[in-house]
Design a protein around this ligand. Sequence first.
Ligand code: SAH
Ligand code: SF4
Ligand code: F3S
Length: 462
Amino acid sequence: MSAPRYFIRTYGCQMNERDSEILAGQLEQLGYRPAKDETAADLVVVNTCAVRHSAESHAFGYIGGLKELKDQRRGLRIAVAGCMAQEPETVAWLRRHAPHVDLVFGTHNLHRLPELLERAEAAGEMVVDVWDSAGEVQEHLPSRRRAGRRAFVNVIYGCDKFCTFCIVPYTRGRERSRRPEAVLEEVRALAAEGFSDVTLLGQNVNSYGHDLDPAADLADLLTAAAAVPGIRWVRYLTSHPKDFSSRLIAAIAGDPRITRHLHLPVQSGSTPVLKRMNRKYTAEQYRDLVARIRAAIPDVVLTTDIIVGFPGETEADFAATLDLVRDLRFDAAFTFLYSARAGTPAARWEAREPVPNPVKKARLNRLMELQYAISLEANQAWVGRQEVVLVEGVSRKNPGVWSARTRDNKVVLLDRDPGVELADRFVPVRITGARTFYLTGEVAGAPLDDPLPPRDVALPLA
Ligand code: SAH
Ligand code: SF4
Ligand code: F3S
């Protein structure tokens, strides 16, 4: 008999992508092999995201669509996992509208996948096993990483910030840090496997270590990870402005192996809105923090997240956001329409004082127009520079072009000579052009490292 095949559809953030690697690792230990897509799979796992309505509706649509596939292939098993599974509303919806789903489990028990599958197989009806809170931090889980040079490493799980708009503290539970030795052991193992670009992950990565005894901190962890032989670059995501310490700024400034890209979500430029968001900083404090960071790290690449149309946001609040964006000149901003999340405080305010939809959308457009102009100017400042990029692969949109990334997360497109394999190589380039969302460049020297040995089939993370 040939090995059973699995396919994992992943929505949401890098933490979910990392979780999917752990799901894949467990399945491969059970003898499963990756399938190229859902039609070739015996098991489909949908790893969901609950952060905005749009993410949820995509997942619901995908899960609904699997019914037809299951009607054709009765042996197909379907599991729903991730942040949506933590919400009782999702489970109720699945029971009513998606009886073709065999198994539902959440973010806190994904390490129990083998026994969950066994239970679902024995039950013959939908098995739902969602834990309210996390147990001990799990180490040494099997994992199947995406091939290449770049790897994600969890350092802190959960979030304690309770921003009033956000579902994550409910779906991911309280903050739990991994011990620094466990993180560094994983980084060393990754380096031995040929990974050389690691991203340390947490919803709130700079509150790393406060819950440990003895306490640890991100500044030390970044420095130690960067010093692991074989590691070329260390990145980290996501930073909260509240806990961004001077020590951390100094650690980044002092080590060229640590990225100078900083994703520092501001959410709004209006202090009253920030207060109602429970972000725990004022617009002035955010501006001061950026000034301190720029003084210590002049070439920092600064990106942010902004929510438009938070309940009660006035025209004056929104104007304050535009002012902040104009003044701070982010390299890029991810902009979102506020989306009410059941059970959060802001969802109750949304019922009382929503910003009307057309107003929300008009504001979003004004913000994007301003930011796009700034992004283009910021990128133009890179033209003429020499950089090293990691080539990630052939561009999805244009097979004549390599898509690559600098240490500081700028996307660089390079003309591709089909005779020369550059995938997964670190290559010196000269930046020749700038657009709103990427730079263009030309190869300016030989790759800095040996090619990777050919790998097994790539993990089909969709
Ligand atoms: N932990 C990160 C954010 C994780 S969620 C941080 O605090 O910076 C990623 C982004 O989604 C957030 O920064 C926010 O801009 C956006 N977001 C979260 N909840 C949202 C909601 N209910 N509606 C719209 N955008 C939201
Ligand atoms: Fe959500 Fe705020 Fe936590 Fe980020 S810090 S995950 S926005 S609650
Ligand atoms: Fe989404 Fe959960 Fe990440 S809600 S953004 S997948 S932590």
